[in-house]
Design a protein around this ligand. Structure first.
Ligand SMILES: [Zn+2]
Length: 421
């Protein structure tokens, strides 16, 4: 929507970890898609068009910093297996299908719509090895109003033939992908070595070269998700004492690198991530489903690490980041119990921070509805719940985190525009 307008409703956002700000019946003033002010009442002398959402709750829209687009069709299946078996039985055969760009378009159109309907407008996403399908994915996301980063996956070992590339092919296709993806206004490329077992040293070396050549292109991968995986990496890279050192050796462990999971990252690995400016992406639903473990997220936050959250579909079965936030709280409570109550659990405000403010920071956006930045917001109508006795805005937000579903979302704004639901 162009011009000057104000959105009215109950505003809630997390200015910092563990803090929650609420503004009952407040206003977000927007001009040409850019947030001009967030206020309790309209400033005198200003008479914008007011879009009132009444008693609805408006929060920043959600950030999902780790998910696998081609796994969308297998959502909620294959959950009796652990990571490595799950990959070979379910994931790789499905990802192979994305050589067919028509199939990719059908799946990715549905995925993009499903994300918007759940209030997610910023993502960091894995595609498959296929360059063309990856470009289709970017096109479909852009069309739906999703912004962020997408990576063509690199894999040249340890998989069935139809999801592997030769090393040369993988490098060449990555370079072509980087050349061809500049046409999207709000989606950028990521380098995406799947994980160490999938990439030979020669491939990692050349991806490191590309990373040096394109210093603005960020990197995403997986780290220390599962015990068997960690043991396998030790066998494959005996010269590295720890998993993270393989990425570091090839110049892929740097500021803004995203490492999903980090369930078993010990003190040394965590310190290395912090030193390097690497981000942890916590994927609690996935870590439980494929029986990987519970990441020490509370500890990581206390140590000042950069942590954001991911759905990791289809290891994760839930695409809604509110569901992922609730899951993060639940597993952190189990960790608290199993640590003899030594490791604190996550609070609702902290989990809400992780799916909004923390992710926003990765994209260079301020907390809340950043003034001077394009509006990203989601509007929840929670009138189907019982409001008596009267609930505070904090309690209503908590209830949305635990109980909301896409039908509660009545509007989503992304990059200053209202998205079609
Ligand atoms: Zn993943």
């Amino acid at each position: 929507m162009q011009g000057l307008y104000a959105i009215e409703g109950n505003l809630a956002f997390a200015p910092a970890l563990g803090e929650l700000t609420t503004i009952p019946r407040g206003y977000i003033i927007v001009e040409d898609g850019i947030v001009r002010d967030v206020c309790k009442r309209l400033p005198s002398g200003l008479s914008p068009e007011v879009i009132s959402y009444g008693d609805a709750i408006i929060t920043p829209s959600f950030c999902d910093l780790h998910l696998h687009a081609p796994q969308f069709p297998m959502l909620g299946t294959g959950m009796d297996l652990q990571l490595l078996e799950w990959l070979s039985t379910y994931t790789f055969p499905l990802e192979a299908r994305f050589v067919d760009t028509a199939y990719a378009q059908r799946v990715y159109r549905k995925l993009a719509r499903a994300l918007v309907r759940r209030g997610t407008t910023r993502v960091c996403m894995f595609s498959s090895i296929h360059r063309e399908a990856t470009l289709v994915l970017m096109r479909e996301l852009e069309r739906a109003g999703i912004t962020g980063y997408v990576g063509k996956v690199n894999m040249d070992r340890n998989g069935p033939k139809d999801v592997l590339e030769s090393t040369e092919q993988s490098v060449e296709e990555t370079r072509r992908f980087l050349d061809e993806c500049g046409q999207y206004a709000h989606l950028k490329p990521l380098l995406t070595p799947r994980f160490v077992p999938s990439c030979t040293d020669a491939l990692m070396q050349q991806l490191g070269d590309i990373a040096r050549e394109y210093p603005d292109v960020r990197i995403q991968s997986h780290l220390s998700e599962n015990m068997e995986e960690i043991a396998w990496v030790k066998e494959l890279s005996p010269d590295c004492a720890q998993y993270w050192q393989v990425y570091e050796k090839f110049g892929l462990f740097k500021p803004h690198t995203l490492m999903a999971h980090c369930v078993y990252s010990d003190e040394a690995e965590r310190a290395a991530m912090k030193r390097a400016g690497v981000w942890v992406v916590h994927c609690p639903d996935s870590n439980t489903n494929v029986a990987s473990g519970i990441a020490p997220i509370r500890k990581m936050l206390q140590e000042g690490m950069q942590v954001a959250m991911g759905s990791d579909i289809a290891g994760g079965a839930k695409l809604s980041m509110t569901d992922v936030a609730a899951e993060a709280i639940r597993v952190s409570k189990l960790r608290w119990l199993f640590s003899d109550k030594k490791e604190d659990f996550l609070t609702v405000a902290e989990a809400f921070y992780l799916i909004t403010t923390a992710g926003q920071a990765y994209f260079g956006a301020q907390p809340g509805f950043g003034e001077g930045e394009p509006l990203h917001a989601v509007v929840f109508d929670d009138s189907r719940f019982v409001h008596e006795p009267k609930k505070s805005l904090q309690e209503r937000l908590e209830r949305l985190i635990y109980l909301s579903n896409p039908s509660d979302i009545i509007a989503v704004y992304s990059e200053g525009k209202k998205a079609a639901l």
